[in-house]
Design a protein around this ligand. Structure first.
Ligand SMILES: Cc1cc2nc3c(=O)[nH]c(=O)nc-3n(C[C@H](O)[C@H](O)[C@H](O)COP(=O)(O)OP(=O)(O)OC[C@H]3O[C@@H](n4cnc5c(N)ncnc54)[C@H](O)[C@@H]3O)c2cc1C
Length: 309
C-alpha cells in the first residue's frame, strides 16, 4: 500500500538495489524500491561467479531476488523510472516518470552503468552473447577456443589480450588501426597474435561470433570476442544531485556507500570508493555493497530518532 513517507527510496532493482531493499525490509524500514527494468547484464545467457547461482539467467536471478524482497511487508516495489530527486528540509522528494511521487528520508541510488561500445558493425547486437567484456564472468565458457580481442584504445588492450591466454592459447588482438595498444612485449611473451587492419564487421549465427572481417586480408575465425568498453552512468540522477564523481565516472562513495551529498547513498556498478580498483564491477560486489549500505542507513536513521527524542 502506498504511504506518504518512506524511510528509504532505493532507485534501481538490479543486484545492488535488490540487496539493499532486502536488508532494509528485514530491518523493518519502510522502503520504496523503484524497478526501472532490464539490468546491465540482461543480454547475457548466464550470470557467472556468483556463488550458488553460477550460470543462472540474469533475468531469473533478478526475479528470484525481487520475489524474496516482496515478501517483506515494509518494502513496496513500483515499476517505473525515477525522473527527479529533490532535497527537502528533512529528506527528499522522489518523482517517477509517470508523475507518481513520494517523500523519503534517505535515498539509495542503484541505477548502474552502461557501456559505450565501439562503432563496429556486428558488435552491439552481439554484446553479452558472442562479444563479452569480462573474462572472469565469461571466458571459462569459451576456454581453449580461438578468441579475438578488439582493441578500444584505452591503453591496456595488450595486457587484456595477454591475460586472456589464461583461458585460451589462441588469442588474437585486433588493433582495428589503433596504434597504441599498450605493452607490445607482453603480447610476444604470451604468444598473442596481432591483426592490425581495420575491422569491417563481426559475423556469426545467433548473435555468436564466428569470424572477424577486415578491410584487407583474410577473415579471422574465432569462437568469441572480448573488448574493454568504457562505461557511463545509466541515469542522470547522480549528476542532477551534484554527487562528486571519480575520474572513471563512478560516483564517489565512502566505505558505507555515502556519497558527497548527505542522505544520498550509492551502491553497485555506479559507485566506487577512491581506494577500490576501477572497473571491478560484479553481481556479487553490487549485492555486497547493498548489504553494507542498508545496515549503515538503518543505524543512521536509528540515531536520528534517538537524537530527536
Ligand atoms: C554483458 C554483461 C555480462 C555480465 N556478466 C556478469 C557475470 O556473469 N557475473 C557478474 O558478476 N557480473 C556480470 N556483469 C556485470 C553485472 O551486470 C553488474 O556488475 C551488475 O548488474 C551490477 O548491478 P547493479 O545493481 O549495480 O546494476 P544493474 O544490474 O545495471 O541494475 C541497475 C538498475 O537500475 C535501473 N535504473 C536505471 N536508471 C533508473 C531510474 N532512473 N529509475 C529506476 N531505475 C533505474 C536499471 O533499469 C537497472 O535495472 C556483466 C555485465 C555485462 C555488461
Amino acid at each position: 500500500m502506498a504511504r506518504d513517507l518512506y524511510d528509504v527510496a532505493v532507485i534501481g532493482a538490479g543486484p545492488g538495489g535488490l540487496s539493499t531493499a532486502l536488508v532494509l525490509g528485514r530491518s523493518r524500514r519502510t522502503t520504496l524500491l523503484v524497478d526501472g527494468g532490464a539490468g546491465r547484464n540482461s543480454p547475457a545467457a548466464g550470470v557467472h561467479g556468483m556463488l550458488a547461482c553460477d550460470g543462472m539467467a540474469p533475468d531469473e536471478l533478478r526475479s528470484a531476488g525481487s520475489k524474496q524482497v516482496r515478501e517483506y511487508p515494509d518494502v513496496e516495489v513500483r515499476d517505473g523510472r525515477v525522473r527527479t530527486v529533490v532535497s527537502r528540509q528533512h529528506g527528499f522528494a522522489v518523482e517517477l516518470d509517470d508523475g507518481r511521487a513520494a517523500v523519503v528520508r534517505r535515498v539509495v541510488l542503484a541505477t548502474g552503468v552502461r557501456e559505450d561500445l565501439p562503432d563496429v558493425p556486428g558488435v552491439a547486437e552481439r554484446w553479452g552473447r558472442g562479444v563479452m567484456g569480462c573474462p572472469y564472468c565469461h571466458a571459462w565458457e569459451m576456454r581453449d577456443q580461438p578468441l579475438a580481442v578488439l582493441a578500444t584504445g584505452g591503453g591496456d588492450d595488450a595486457m587484456f589480450a595477454a591475460q586472456l591466454t589464461r583461458w585460451s592459447s589462441q588469442v588474437t588482438l585486433c588493433t582495428n588501426g589503433i596504434e597504441d595498444t599498450g605493452d607490445e612485449g607482453v603480447l610476444r611473451r604470451c604468444g598473442v597474435s596481432v591483426r592490425s587492419q581495420v575491422v569491417r564487421r563481426v559475423e556469426g549465427r545467433d548473435n555468436g561470433v564466428e569470424q572477424v572481417i577486415f578491410h584487407e586480408g583474410p577473415p579471422l575465425r574465432c569462437a568469441g570476442m572480448f573488448l574493454h568498453a568504457t562505461t557511463r552512468q545509466a541515469s542522470a540522477l547522480p549528476a542532477q544531485l551534484g554527487c562528486v564523481m571519480l575520474d572513471d565516472g563512478s560516483v564517489r562513495v565512502d566505505d558505507a556507500g555515502q556519497t558527497s551529498v548527505p542522505g544520498i547513498y550509492a551502491v553497485g556498478d555506479m559507485a566506487r570508493r577512491e581506494s577500490s580498483p576501477s572497473g571491478m564491477t560484479f553481481v556479487v560486489s553490487a549485492a555486497a555493497m547493498g548489504f553494507v549500505t542498508a545496515t549503515t542507513i538503518n543505524q543512521d536513521l536509528f540515531l536520528d530518532t534517538l537524537s530527536a527524542d
